[in-house]
Each structure stands twice: as structure tokens, then as C-alpha cells.
Design a protein around this ligand. Structure first.
Ligand SMILES: [Zn+2]
Length: 197
């Protein structure tokens, strides 16, 4: 090995150990966030479900406290029906939302995800053990939305007769089957003002 190869090797090793340090530091941080969360009154939020991963708990902790409560109640209700779920995206920034709209996965920049009030939840397909991201098991999505609605969530994935409700994005029609939102009767503008107060 010549001198510059040795220097490159040293730099690569330093980068690797820094990455490993960052990885473990972040994991630890996520756990602490989730465990330390409290509701409006300062009471700890119950984390009833031992099937919710640490990373999902960290995503849920970014939602408004009342939304976290309603989501955990939904997850619990589904579990008692034998349905496990994967908790996907929760809070998004304005620029994240814009790129999702550009990518054709959403029709609006005025998303409830930006206000800590929306979650993408997917039932675990018992046949595969994987989240049903493709929306194959409509029956499980219907069960998910019925449970979520009983805890105050709004369902925009189905029509009143439980046929799928499609949305039109710049890439065509899509079914956003896992999306639930918690509006508490507010308009988006009211919730936006409240969120940024
Ligand atoms: Zn969504």
C-alpha cells in the first residue's frame, strides 16, 4: 500500500465508525422520544400495543397527543379482532408533502399529514405476514377503517357503501387505502392555524 491508499483507508474507517455511532445514537433517541411522550395534561400516553415497533412509536410520537391516543386505541381494537397493522407515515413537512404530490401519491399540498393529524396504516396480510401495501385484502382495510372511525378518525378511502373511493393525482387514479385522518370537525385552515399557533 502506498501513502495515499493508507490515507484513504483511514478516512473510510473514520467515516464507518461515525456512521455506526450516528445509527445507534438515533435509535436510542427514538426510544426515549416514544417513552417520554405525554398527553395534554402531562400524563404519560399509554403504549398498549407490544406489536408497535420502536421506530413506529417514534413516528406516532410526532402526531398531536389526542391523535396518538386515538391511533393506539384503533391498533388495540384491531388486535382484539386478530388484525395486526403496520404504521407507516405520520407527520410530513410541507416540502415532503410537495414531493409526494409531484410523485403522484397525493392530490393535495394541504394534507392533514402536515398537521400531525394523519397516518398511513396498513393491515398485515396474514397470508404473507407483510403489510398489505397493494390493498389486496379489502376486507381488512374495511375492518381497519370501521375501527378507526369508532375512535374519531375520518375515512376518505371508502364511499358510504364501502366501495373503494379513488383519488386523482397528477399520475392518475390511486387508492389511498391506508390513510386515516383526525380532524375534530376543523377545516384544514383552522387546524393549520392551530398547529402553527
Ligand atoms: Zn396518508
Amino acid at each position: 500500500m502506498n501513502r495515499s491508499q493508507i490515507i484513504l483507508l483511514v478516512i473510510a474507517l473514520a467515516f464507518l465508525s461515525w456512521s455506526a455511532f450516528k445509527f445507534f445514537a438515533n435509535t436510542e433517541e427514538e426510544r426515549t422520544d416514544a417513552e417520554d411522550d405525554t398527553d395534554n395534561e402531562g400524563n404519560p400516553i399509554t403504549l398498549p400495543s407490544n406489536t408497535v415497533s420502536n421506530s413506529a412509536q417514534a413516528r406516532i410520537a410526532k402526531l398531536l397527543p389526542q391523535v396518538q391516543e386515538a391511533l393506539y386505541a384503533t391498533i388495540d381494537g384491531l388486535q382484539s379482532q386478530g388484525i395486526d397493522v403496520h404504521v407507516g407515515e405520520t407527520l410530513r413537512t410541507e416540502s415532503q408533502q410537495q414531493s409526494i404530490v409531484q410523485g403522484g401519491a397525493s392530490a393535495t399540498n394541504r394534507s392533514w399529514h402536515r398537521l400531525g393529524r394523519a397516518i398511513d396504516v396498513y393491515p398485515i396480510n396474514p397470508d404473507t405476514g407483510e403489510p398489505d401495501l397493494a390493498g389486496k385484502r379489502t376486507d381488512l382495510f374495511i375492518a381497519l377503517h370501521k375501527e378507526a372511525m369508532s375512535h374519531g378518525f375520518t375515512n376518505i378511502s371508502f364511499n358510504a357503501d364501502w366501495t373503494k373511493r379513488f383519488i386523482t393525482t397528477n399520475k392518475g387514479k390511486i387508492w389511498d387505502g391506508g390513510h386515516i385522518q383526525y380532524t375534530e370537525g376543523l377545516t384544514w385552515d383552522q387546524a393549520y392555524a392551530q398547529y402553527n399557533a
